[in-house]
Design a protein. Structure first.
Length: 275
């Protein structure tokens, strides 16, 4: 048999051989990488997770901030780790030349805990991010006692330059109490709740009585954009604007093309009556 024929036979036999995954002595899959390299690969994969929701100005012409969604469903044992991941995203954007404000959701009961405030403060201080680049989005604040107990924690965070947002705001009596006590820098209104109802007076008068910015969340229909404009929202986000993206994809976003197209076809008047 010629050398070429022998090589052909070996290659054919190898090709037809059933695949067996290589494993180490512990039985775990092995990819030919060291433990450090595997850890780095897993860390890289985690950083590509689709977890950042882009937020735009009302007309969709400019990216203004990002909501870190994994924190919305975190439990107490995950909170500090996920908060650190959110800070890592903001740092990544800042070092890449983009100042993108990151909104990191935190439940109200955590802010009422000095233990969590200590941890959050240490993470923010160690991140060395510029003032104004980190915001916390308070949610699960329906219990008045949580709001009363969280005032000291909020004061500590604000001294670090952290902005305070109220998420899932609807203008209910309990939430208005939280609004008055906290005096947040911004409120996020789930605009999808206003599709089949008249806009509550509490929401319509926010701009008149308070200085907080209004964010319209869950924008999925053109009607939602119109309602967002009606309540005086200056920022919008949701599926119609753009779905969540990875932190690397966020670097390449400048505007919401869908929202820009809608506004170019249906120009709206602003509050001064100009087009």
């Amino acid at each position: 048999m010629s050398p070429k024929s022998r090589l052909y036979t070996l290659v054919k036999a190898w090709k037809n051989k059933p695949f067996h995954e290589a494993r180490d002595v512990s039985g775990e899959p092995w990819l030919g990488l060291s433990s450090a390299a595997l850890e780095e690969h897993q860390s890289w994969s985690k950083r590509q997770a689709i977890s950042n929701e882009p937020i735009f100005n009302q007309q969709g012409t400019k990216l203004t901030s990002s909501l870190f969604r994994p924190l919305l469903n975190s439990n107490d044992s995950q909170l500090l780790r996920l908060f650190m991941e959110g800070l890592d995203n903001i740092t990544y954007w800042y070092r890449s030349g983009r100042f993108i404000q990151g909104i990191l959701p935190v439940p109200a009961h955590a802010i009422a805990s000095s233990k969590f405030i200590d941890g959050l403060s240490d993470l923010v201080l160690n991140s060395r991010l510029p003032v104004g680049s980190v915001s916390i989005g308070i949610h699960q604040y329906e219990q008045a006692e949580c709001i009363d107990l969280s005032k000291e924690g909020l004061l500590r965070l604000r001294r670090l330059g952290i902005l305070v947002h109220l998420l899932n705001f609807s203008g209910s009596t309990t939430q208005m109490h939280a609004y008055t006590e906290i005096e947040p820098d911004a409120v996020h209104v789930d605009i999808s709740q206003l599709r089949n109802t008249q806009i509550p007076n509490e929401l319509g008068s926010l701009k008149q009585h308070f200085k907080s910015e209004i964010y319209a969340s869950n924008i999925t229909l053109v009607k939602d954009l119109e309602n967002a404009l009606a309540i005086g929202a200056s920022h919008s986000y949701g599926g119609l604007m753009m779905p969540p993206v990875s932190r690397h994809q966020m670097l390449h976003i400048s505007d919401s093309r869908i929202a820009k197209a809608i506004f170019s076809l249906h120009p709206h008047k602003n509050h001064n009556g100009d087009m």
